[in-house]
Design a protein around this ligand. Structure first.
Ligand SMILES: [Zn+2]
Length: 54
């Protein structure tokens, strides 16, 4: 079993909705969206468990 949990945190700009990973935020000189806003909320990670509804 392999889980991809390490870099799963996604943040979303509350103003424009641009999604940024935590890694990208860390690599930035300033935690700031491309729109200039600095408020992010946590968004769901892109990796979603797929459940077969059969
Ligand atoms: Zn933004």
């Amino acid at each position: 079993m392999s889980e991809e949990k390490k870099s799963g945190i996604i943040y979303e700009c509350v103003r424009c909705g641009t999604k940024v990973t935590s890694e990208e935020l860390i690599s930035l000189p300033e935690i700031k969206c491309i729109c200039g806003y600095k408020v992010f909320k946590k968004a769901r990670p892109p990796v979603v468990k797929q459940i077969k509804a059969v």
